[in-house]
Design a protein around this ligand. Structure first.
Ligand code: BG6
Length: 454
């Protein structure tokens, strides 16, 4: 592997950080834990103003805010070359004011310096499902153009502050997931009786513009900064040889690729232009120029599973095994999506998430997560084959460095980390950190890979 290849891992503010009393609320802070409620919130966020008595796990995460030094020391022990984390906008701007919160900026100064102390490259996501709630309540997130202006103010503040130390920037987490989770990704609540697709397209238009403004802001400050946006890479197979299944697959691909098409090519592909017209989205020349002139340097890809489409409505792929949470396990799909993306966009890819979310058990004070090691091994194998096939991959960051609150389930017990955190689903626990077997396996892998660098 290339000597600059980034072997690393990821975390996010909304899932790990906590420090709730020193920042304002984010969109995930008000999503309750109970599974049923959570899905309602993710999919029908109109209910977001009601706050039923419940437990809100993201408010505390795993208290990375309090424990960042200890956690980063463990990341260093593992040998990580890069850590991706998100800055919480809600810590930088506590509300709609022009004054950033100096204590918040200082916290990320400390995190970045601590990482650099161990030669771990900090990679920043500007929003990872953690938009400030005040932006939602006041402007309905990216549905409103004013959020683009607020975002610009936020990114100017953080890029100006950290550009000497942060070289890779990622605008949003999984922009294409907004197709199903508009509130989580775009901070937008669907007003009653409004056309969902119309609201989605408006929100997308503004997010694309905001992404281009991050590219511009970074490049204006320092041309060598690299900017990406994260896209969920989910290959989709047709269940049968029916042309209808093929058509469904193609439509699914377009919905997932349309944002990347604009962010990489700088123009709306013909089918996306048609959609914009259909939903009456005004596309101003001024914006189109910004989109054209400020395209991504790399694509950040997450990969967990593949999906299928079928005109019969079957949703289960009979050829693949699944995790305890029903996600397909498909290492070959990883290689396929990496190839597909590189073939379509021909710019470098940074894998920013890949991992197994499942239950872990403590035995004699240890966690023998050989199932996670097996999952990661098989995916890395396929990634290496993609590299051999010519795909330009600049790094591989697993999900996740340490256990955190799961996004879709709100559970602590759906664990992804190399480091176990003693926190239970009800919030109880000592917060003690315990390296899992996968921690030592990844440490060894990075060590071995470093010997074979070219
Ligand atoms: C990605 C997100 O969608 O998948 C992470 O960027 C998330 O935030 C990860 O944790 C795994 O999903 P989940 O729902 O199992 O936590």
């Amino acid at each position: 592997m290339d000597k600059n290849f980034l072997w690393g891992s990821s975390i996010s503010g909304g899932q790990c950080e906590g420090g709730f009393d020193t920042r304002s609320e984010t969109v995930v802070d008000i999503i309750p834990q109970s599974r049923e409620m959570r899905f309602q919130y993710l999919n029908e966020p109109g209910k977001y103003l009601q706050r039923p008595p419940d437990f809100y796990p993201s408010q505390n995460g795993v208290e990375f805010y309090e424990n960042y030094q200890e956690d980063i020391a463990l990341f260093a022990q593992m040998g990580l070359k890069a850590l991706r984390f998100s800055i919480l906008w809600s810590r930088i701007y506590l509300d709609d004011t022009d004054e950033p919160n100096e204590a918040g900026l200082q916290f990320y100064d400390n995190v970045i310096d601590e990482l650099l102390k161990y030669n771990i490259e900090p990679i920043v996501t500007t929003i990872h499902f953690d938009m400030p709630l005040w932006v939602v309540q006041k402007y309905n997130g990216f549905y409103d153009y004013r959020t683009v202006e607020l975002y610009q103010k936020y990114i100017q503040t953080i890029v100006n502050r950290y550009h000497n130390r942060v070289k890779h920037w990622i605008s949003f987490c999984e922009i294409n997931v907004m197709n199903s989770a508009l509130y989580m990704v775009g901070g937008t609540v669907l007003p009653p009786h409004w056309d969902r697709e119309e609201v989605l397209h408006q929100c997308a238009y503004h997010m694309l513009l905001a992404n281009a403004l991050l590219v511009k802001t970074c490049h204006d400050i320092d041309k060598t900064l690299k900017v990406g946006c994260e896209v969920a890479g989910t290959p989709c197979y047709p269940l049968t040889s029916s042309p209808i299944d093929y058509q469904l697959m193609m439509e699914n691909g377009r919905k997932n690729n349309r944002y990347t098409d604009v962010m990489v090519k700088g123009i709306f592909p013909y089918y996306f232009q048609k959609e914009m017209q259909k939903y009456h989205i005004e596309m101003l020349d001024r914006d189109l120029i910004i989109l054209k002139e400020n395209t991504l340097d790399f694509i950040a890809v997450s990969y967990y599973k593949s999906s299928i489409v079928s005109h019969t409505g079957v949703k289960d792929n009979p050829c693949l095994e699944k995790t305890a949470f029903g996600w397909t396990i498909d290492p070959l799909g990883f290689r396929l999506i990496l190839n597909e993306m590189y073939e379509r966009y021909e710019i470098p890819i940074l894998v920013v998430e890949n991992g197994l979310g499942t239950y872990d058990k403590i035995e004699d004070g240890k966690i023998h997560d050989d199932y996670r090691i097996d999952y990661l091994k098989k995916h890395i194998e396929q990634m290496k084959l993609a590299i051999e096939e010519g795909v330009d991959i600049i790094g591989y960051l697993t999900w996740s460095a340490i256990d955190g609150v799961s996004t879709s389930e709100g559970m602590m017990s759906k664990r992804y980390g190399f480091i176990y955190v003693d926190r239970n689903d009800d919030g109880s626990g000592t917060l003690k950190r315990i390296p899992k077997d996968s921690f030592y396996w990844y440490q060894e892998l990075i060590r071995e890979e470093s010997k074979n660098e070219i």
